[in-house]
Design a protein around this ligand. Structure first.
Ligand code: PEP
Length: 258
């Protein structure tokens, strides 16, 4: 299997941005721009919980899929403020971002909770986008591979090969998120290739080759083509640039080009 047989995925991560009318306006602008990617690149907008229903209605019948930005691991119960996987599925959500560095940094997310959320999402039929990435200090100490291997092993612990194939891995170096600092295309390729080799050790080559690995971290209209041309970079998880229809579309079109 090679890159062209893997699913290319460009996903926007809107974070805590956009009211419902603003979400509808942005999606209405994105839809016609990315329509030509249908069947070539999966286009996803991961939006705040409050925008999910609006986003699902606005994108009905289009090739834009909707994702959530987090999910709880329990099915239901006394977890004030949390949202379950079944609640997301019932709305029509298909994807969910899990373990974003902002959740790890500000909300106490650990590899153990990332693993629980990933398994809960898969059990409910959601496709998880599991985020991994090293801190700047960890890169400077030359332990990027150790950090990434540990995250992949823990985050996917007890996830079957069949479920791993439904899971997207987003490599997001923490020092590149929202900072304007992008990993070079070679740095991104090096770690994405390492992630694939780690997946091959956990599962097998065929499974590792089938899994979509995204790069995320200040990907934008200018740097996307070089990043997305790399063999092991199958797509992007896009923060800031996903809030502008034209920029997001430029990234989608770069992925269509491969
Ligand atoms: C992200 O939120 O996952 C992200 C990569 O953000 P940005 O593109 O703004 O760096």
């Amino acid at each position: 299997m090679n890159k062209s047989s893997r699913k290319a995925i460009i996903a926007g991560n809107w974070k805590m941005n956009k009211t419902r009318p603003e979400a509808k306006e942005l999606l209405e602008a994105i839809k016609p721009l990315v329509a030509n990617a249908d069947g070539k690149v999966e286009v996803i907008a991961c939006v705040p919980f409050t925008n999910l229903e609006t986003a699902i209605n606005a994108t009905a019948g289009s090739n834009v899929k909707i994702g959530a930005e987090n999910v709880h691991f329990e099915k239901s119960g006394a977890f004030t403020g949390e949202i379950s996987a079944d609640m997301l599925v019932e709305l029509g959500v298909e994807y969910v971002v899990i373990g974003h560095s902002e959740r790890r940094q500000y909300f106490g997310e650990t590899d153990e909770t990332v693993n629980k959320r990933t398994k809960a999402a898969l059990a409910a039929g959601l496709k998880p986008i599991v985020c991994v990435g090293e801190l700047l200090w960890e890169r400077e100490c030359n332990i990027t591979e150790e950090v990434i291997a540990r995250q992949i092993k823990l985050d996917l612990f007890d996830v079957s090969a069949a479920d791993a194939k439904k899971t997207v891995i987003a490599y997001e170096p923490v020092w590149a998120i929202g900072t304007g600092k992008t990993a070079t295309a070679d740095q991104a390729e090096e770690v994405c290739a390492f992630i694939r080799s780690t997946l091959a050790k956990i599962y097998d080559n065929a499974t590792a080759e089938a899994i979509t690995i995204q790069y995320g971290g200040s990907m934008n209209a200018k740097n996307c083509a070089e990043l997305l041309a790399k063999t092991n970079v199958d797509g992007g998880l896009i923060g800031g640039a996903s809030l502008k229809a034209a920029d997001f579309n430029t990234i989608v079109q770069a992925a269509v080009q491969g």
